[in-house]
Design a protein around this ligand. Structure first.
Ligand code: ADP
Length: 164
């Protein structure tokens, strides 16, 4: 059975992420969407919020599982018996960092492959940070994130502003 892992911050999930999830899930028996909780970044949405947003917009999908992980990705891969890391590439600017990560992961575990998928052209400009910036200024996040996530994102930034 082929198990792929699609890791990321998902802070918050965007239509670009969903496109990769859809396409990757057709290439394997089981896809684990893995929410990274220990990156150097300080996320706007905490672990539970990122997980539940993903869960909400994905619904129940037979071969897709949503989990969180911390520590090294290759250790998580070993723990879940996964063979392949899925990454989305938007532009050359993604490539340099992603290549470095792929080579390090290969060094740590030569059996692990990294599969790069080109972003769909309509999402190639889209990032979670752009969505956060839009939301912070009351912009139309509904153009870029799944319907089920819009309200939670708006609410988050309303509260953030109120707290400032
Ligand atoms: P971001 O870079 O937007 O903060 P993540 O760190 O959550 O997103 O990214 C997780 C994975 O999803 C990475 O492999 C990233 O390249 C990919 N990705 C992010 N946005 C898109 C998009 N719009 N289209 C395709 N892949 C994407």
């Amino acid at each position: 059975m082929s198990i792929f892992v699609y890791p990321g911050s998902f802070d918050p999930v965007t239509n670009g992420h969903l496109d990769i999830i859809d396409r990757a899930s057709k290439l394997c028996d089981h896809l684990i969407v893995a929410v990274l909780t220990n990156s150097g970044k300080c996320p706007v949405f905490d672990r539970e919020e990122r997980l539940s947003l993903l869960q909400q917009v994905m619904g129940e999908r037979e071969n897709i599982e949503i989990r969180s992980f911390d520590g090294l990705l290759v250790h998580f891969m070993e723990e879940v018996g996964a063979t392949t890391i899925v990454k989305g590439l938007r532009a050359m600017s993604d490539f340099e960092y992603e290549m470095q990560m792929a080579l390090i992961n290969k060094h740590l575990n030569p059996a692990v492959e990294t599969l790069f998928m080109m972003a769909d052209t309509q999402y190639s400009f889209l990032s979670s940070s752009a969505v956060r910036e839009l939301a912070r200024h009351g912009g139309p996040v509904e153009d870029f994130v799944p319907e089920g996530a819009v309200e939670a994102i708006r609410r988050k930034f309303k509260h953030k502003d109120a707290g400032q």
